[in-house]
Design a protein around this ligand. Structure first.
Ligand code: HEC
Ligand code: HEC
Length: 455
């Protein structure tokens, strides 16, 4: 090889290295410059903090167990049809990022395996527009049906007897955390015999909207966890068996929490009668602000925990979590985060009401479908079934469009259909209490509702 050619090669190689360096440098820098919120969003939508247990094939295979009317929805010739119908049946929605064909509720890895994420319960479709949103409670979820379909279609034996939930759009999230925690030592290493947790029973909860979090100093319906919540929110990662690995994810979750606190409430998209809303603001300030705070530029949120005797809503969430569980939680790695840590609660948090139009159904158990029902005892149906999905909305009473029924679903109805009927007479789903709007007259109620639309 002659010398000029060698020089030319060296020059070309140096040029290539230089170009690559130029191209990657800014990329590296932006990665490092990412804010905590941006990293948190990335973690939520790309990382698996649970073992991947599902994939498209398994979901499609579960269709074997569907009732004939569900099988009839499958469109022959459309290769995606089974998956689309499965999304409808189980309450999954389109992802808001490129998730390799998976829904908002899972993260799909490069091998096409699906891991459930926080958005299983905390991601769903915003009413009216039907757009997917992270932090929007998944009011359409029916995990129990998916689980039953998979066990039936595959002939697998269910590994536990707990149900994921007894009504659509809700899960017994706390009983699951209890079951997960009792199988671990205080440092989260697995333990052989589950810790005793006393006599507890099953009940459903409605996940709270994440956009309330930026204002909260205590989380969960009972305000039990105060201070730094980043460990508390990791409780759903316990599908992973290695305790040290779970603990090592704490920095990821600090970023996730930063992201959760940046989420904004969706704006009410239909016209608002501003005069009516202004009158409603006055009624609200007199009747509701003491607990729910004030809104606007100089708004204040008091972070009040209201004693159960005063709020009077369903007591199960407060009373069915045993002292044994609360003691164990307090001693565990989760209970030792933040300065204030875990407290023994006596009531329920009065949540902020930003975007409350979109957070129906109402109260911690989702037992009341509309805002008018929150203000009016007689407008709370004892049994109800939602009509349609996210795009159907009750724009008069503000909330879920439902039909009131005379009775619960028959016991022998298929589970999927049974869980669509909310039976407020079962443990945990009671729709009583919160009498604070009952004494308002019809005009004042409509004023307050109009004001709530502006939040
Ligand atoms: C199976 C459904 C489910 C999954 C999965 C789930 N959550 Fe929740 N989450 C709930 C329910 C239900 C509540 C309400 C519990 C209560 O208040 O008693 C809740 C409460 C919360 C709260 C407190 C909100 C408040 O305002 O009080 C935060 C924060 C939270 N979850 C974050 C997460 C994160 C982060 C993940 C993923 C690691 C996650 N959740 C996974 C169902 C779920
Ligand atoms: C004494 C305190 C108190 C007063 C006064 C009060 N509330 Fe509440 N409110 C609460 C508590 C506590 C909860 C949570 C109850 C639960 O989830 O079981 C709640 C829940 C709600 C919810 C459900 C929020 C959701 O996302 O599920 C709405 C809506 C609401 N209140 C509206 C009002 C309005 C409107 C007024 C005035 C007419 C009012 N409240 C007065 C304490 C109060």
């Amino acid at each position: 090889m002659n010398q000029p050619r060698i020089l030319q090669r060296i020059f070309l190689a140096a040029f290539a290295v230089f170009t690559i360096a130029l191209l990657t440098l800014p990329l590296r820098q932006t990665a490092a410059e990412k804010t905590a919120e941006e990293r948190g969003l990335f973690n939520l939508t790309h990382n698996s903090y649970d073992s991947p247990r599902l994939n498209r094939k398994l979901i499609e295979f579960a269709a074997k167990a569907w009732e004939p009317e569900w099988k009839a929805k499958i469109v022959a010739g459309d290769p995606d049809s089974v998956l689309k119908v499965a999304f409808e049946r189980y309450g999954f929605s389109p992802a808001t990022w490129d998730n390799k064909g998976g829904p908002l509720q899972f993260v799909v890895n490069d091998n096409g395996q699906w891991s459930q994420t926080c958005m299983l319960c905390h991601g769903g479709r915003v009413p009216i527009s039907g757009e997917s949103k992270i932090g929007m409670p998944n009011t359409e979820l029916d995990m129990q049906t998916m689980f039953e379909d998979i066990t039936k279609a595959t002939g697998m034996k269910a590994p536990f007897t707990l149900t994921f939930g007894q009504s659509r759009g809700r899960t017994n999230a706390f009983i699951f955390s209890l079951e997960l925690l009792r199988r671990r030592n205080e440092d989260l290493s697995p333990r052989k015999d589950p810790a005793p947790m006393g006599d507890y029973s099953d009940y459903d909860l409605d996940p709270p909207a994440w956009w309330y979090l930026k204002k909260k100093t205590a989380i969960y319906a009972d305000g039990g966890v105060k201070g730094d919540f980043s460990r508390a929110i990791m409780q759903f990662t316990m599908g992973e068996s290695d305790g040290a690995k779970i603990r090592s994810w704490e920095p990821d979750f600090k970023d996730i929490l930063a992201y959760l606190k940046s989420i904004e409430a969706p704006k009410y998209p239909l016209p608002i009668d501003q005069k009516l809303a202004a009158d409603g603001k006055q009624v609200f300030t007199k009747t509701c602000s003491g607990c729910h705070g004030s809104y606007g530029a100089d708004g204040k949120y008091p972070n009040k925990i209201v004693p159960l005797e005063v709020v009077g809503t369903d007591s199960a969430r407060l009373t069915k979590l045993t002292k044994e569980f609360r003691d164990y939680y307090k001693k565990s790695w989760f209970g030792r985060s933040g300065e204030q840590g875990y407290e023994y609660p006596t009531g329920y948090v009065a949540p902020p009401l930003d975007g409350v139009w979109a957070s129906a159904p109402y109260f911690h158990n989702g037992s009341v479908p509309t805002l008018y029902g929150v203000l009016t005892a007689e407008a709370r149906p004892k049994y109800f079934r939602r009509i349609g999905g996210a795009k159907e909305y009750d724009a008069k009473d503000i909330g879920l469009k439902v039909e009131a029924l005379n009775a619960a679903a028959p016991k022998d109805a298929p589970g999927e259909a049974r869980r669509r009927v909310v039976d407020t007479t079962i443990t945990g789903l009671g729709n009583q209490g919160h009498p604070f709007g009952f004494k308002l007259n019809e005009k004042e109620k409509r004023q307050v509702i109009e004001f709530l639309k502006t939040l």
